[in-house]
Ligand binder design. Sequence first.
Ligand code: ZN
Length: 138
Amino acid sequence: MKSYREELTFCTPHRRDYINITPEVEKIIKKSGIKEGLCLVNAMHITASVFINDDERGLLRDFDDWLEAIAPHEPVDHYRHNVGEENGDAHLKRQVMGREVVVAVTGGKLDFGPWEQIFYGEFDGRRDKRVLVKIIGE
Ligand code: ZN
């Protein structure tokens, strides 16, 4: 069995951003040379997520509105976590949107269902954050 590991780094311009990282993951799979196996993609920070959904602008804005409705950023003193920091909402948003995805690799490609794409969800951005891509297989 072969394995390959690479990290992606993102520094988003806003506190919250949603980035389709599918092309980057596809490039890493190609580099790995693995044709049949599994690809794990996970956020390495506890205030960011990796998730799979449709690349549709309205949907991404709906996710953002929904997350702000259930865990609004302000007022920051609403969160017990926010002693000396103000990202309590970002921890909760990450928990809802998840840490990682695992996608089958078939014939050297991501074996997606219809419309599936991999996203990086940032909830406390404007600084470097990392995403791990690990591929195992043959
Ligand atoms: Zn925190």
